[in-house]
Design a protein around this ligand. Structure first.
Ligand SMILES: Cc1cc2nc3c(=O)[nH]c(=O)nc-3n(C[C@H](O)[C@H](O)[C@H](O)COP(=O)(O)OP(=O)(O)OC[C@H]3O[C@@H](n4cnc5c(N)ncnc54)[C@H](O)[C@@H]3O)c2cc1C
Length: 371
């Protein structure tokens, strides 16, 4: 077993990519090991919305971190685009959150009547919401506008991160599933891959999204991360039907600048099954028809689904694994992994390199589930 790197990162999604890029920028030698291709997990399937808290239901620690993530995005993506020449279409379109029925089970219960959390933006009447988005002809009751919320072409994110990091020395192993974390005497010494090869490293970062739980379990570490399936579809539209990203409960409509209208999403607990179902599409379309009757008549461009890495308390696991020196985890970002990618990369690099535990990481430390 030869020691190749200071740090080995498991997983080539937005989170593994962001951490790898942060580490190589600080001069470390890093190897990233990916089971398949780069960025084909949740980071590809996502809606690409950068909104700190559109539901009003997130834990405050998550919203604080997501606000820091959104603040970091403009400079971070500018540097990424500059270094790679890849366009990621970061745009501050703003997010319009509308509600239709206070009794609807998916409605954030307090958004319609109580003071809005700051991240939700400024309250609007139904008429004001319709003035902003005339296509909303359904029976909406009101809305809230968060003008600083943004969108990004998320399928390009992980490939851009890996390209930028590789230009600065990252070594990438594709089609290489990690099957075990190697440890002795309470110290993590590397990983074993499906071919039986052992790769040594000074430290290991587990960033395998929804798959992090089973991988940790195979080495006796209990890390409750559950796949939450989300289905999406895209309509071909002759013109951009909305100026803003529009949310209504679980429904999200994202007008891509030059492309289709993306529509999502479901939240399903069906294990590691990332197939699209008619029931899922039906659920999305029924919600669309409530606020934009007739939108479902547009030609369907494509459908897809992905697996969010969900945790029981809706907070990611970020930090070192108790009892395993040199083993870190950055997984469980749920519905927020795209907005959280820059801040996760930065805070994890500072933790690993400088042992600097930012206060934002404290609620996310994995010891809350590991004795
Ligand atoms: C439909 C949908 C909509 C979403 N919308 C948004 C949104 O609008 N905004 C937002 O911020 N977030 C959104 N999310 C959530 C976001 O996509 C995730 O939180 C984020 O992508 C997680 O990134 P990740 O790198 O941890 O996981 P992933 O992107 O899933 O990457 C994990 C990687 O690890 C690899 N891997 C797995 N097992 C192994 C192994 N044993 N060895 C080596 N590699 C392995 C996988 O192949 C994969 O490439 C959405 C998710 C979905 C599914």
């Amino acid at each position: 077993m030869s020691r190749l790197s200071d740090i080995l990162v498991i997983g080539g999604g937005a989170i593994g990519g962001a951490i790898a890029w942060s580490l190589v920028k600080r001069g470390l030698t890093v190897t990233l090991v990916e089971a398949g291709r780069i960025g084909r997990g949740a980071s590809w399937a996502a809606a690409g919305v950068l909104a700190p808290d559109w539901s009003g239901h997130d834990p405050s620690a998550l919203t604080v971190m997501a606000e820091a993530g959104l603040a970091a995005w403009p400079d971070w993506v500018a540097e990424l685009e500059d270094r790679t020449g890849l366009g990621l279409s970061f745009r501050r379109d703003g997010l319009l959150n509308v509600w239709v029925d206070p009794d609807a089970p998916h409605l954030p219960h307090d958004l319609a009547t109580e003071p809005l959390p700051p991240a939700a933006g400024q309250r609007l009447s139904a008429a004001e919401a319709r003035e902003l988005e005339p296509a909303l002809t359904g029976p909406i009751l009101g809305g809230a506008l968060a003008p600083a919320d943004a969108q990004v072409d998320n399928p390009r994110l992980a490939p851009a991160l890996i390209r930028a990091a590789a230009d600065q020395g990252l070594r990438v192993l594709l089609d290489t599933p990690v099957t075990a974390l190697l440890g002795s005497g309470g110290v993590c010494r590397g990983v074993r891959t499906a071919s039986g090869t052992e790769i040594a490293a000074g430290a290991v970062v587990l960033a395998a999204g929804a798959w992090s739980g089973p991988l940790a379990a195979s080495s006796g570490i209990h890390l409750p991360i559950e796949p939450w399936r989300g289905q999406m579809l895209a309509f071909d539209t002759p013109a951009r039907p909305f100026r803003h990203i529009v949310f209504c409960g679980e429904l999200v409509l994202i007008p891509r600048p030059h492309g289709p209208l993306l529509v999502g999403t479901t939240l399903e607990h069906v294990g590691f099954d990332s197939r699209v179902t008619l029931a899922g599409l039906h659920q999305i379309l029924a919600r669309v028809e409530r606020i934009v009757p007739g939108l479902g008549d547009l030609p369907l461009a494509r459908t897809w689904a992905g697996l969010r890495p969900g945790t029981p308390d809706n907070l990611p696991y970020l930090g070192s694994i108790p009892g395993w020196d040199g083993l870190y985890v950055a997984a469980g970002h749920g519905r927020k992994g795209i907005i959280l990618a820059p801040i996760t990369g930065e805070l994890m690099a500072r933790l690993i390199l400088d042992h600097d535990l930012d206060p934002m990481l404290e609620p996310c430390l994995p010891q809350r589930v590991i004795d």
